[in-house]
Design a protein around this ligand. Structure first.
Ligand code: ZN
Length: 82
């Protein structure tokens, strides 16, 4: 099992431990979509906040993330925490 790293806290773990966010072929960023470059986020509030701030998502995905995509992603992740 390859290890993944949370883009917020940098903890390493198995892929199943994280949510996966990826960029699709149109450049949109969403949860579990796309086959290209992806970013991993721990399933907790601090890491959602951390991942969506300070350009971490942009850095992990090597490019801009639309503000709408970011907002949808944040809503989805927070919803999954409940
Ligand atoms: Zn984390």
């Amino acid at each position: 099992m390859p290890e993944r790293t949370c883009i917020a806290c940098r903890n390493k773990n198995d892929q199943g431990f994280f949510w996966r966010v990826a960029r699709d072929f149109e450049g949109r960023v969403a949860l579990w979509k796309g086959h290209g470059r992806s970013a991993y986020i721990c399933k907790k509030q601090e890491c959602i906040d951390g991942a969506l701030s300070k350009g971490r998502l942009e850095r992990a995905l090597k490019g801009p993330v639309a503000s709408e995509d970011r907002r949808v992603l944040q809503d989805e992740l927070i919803c999954k925490l409940r």
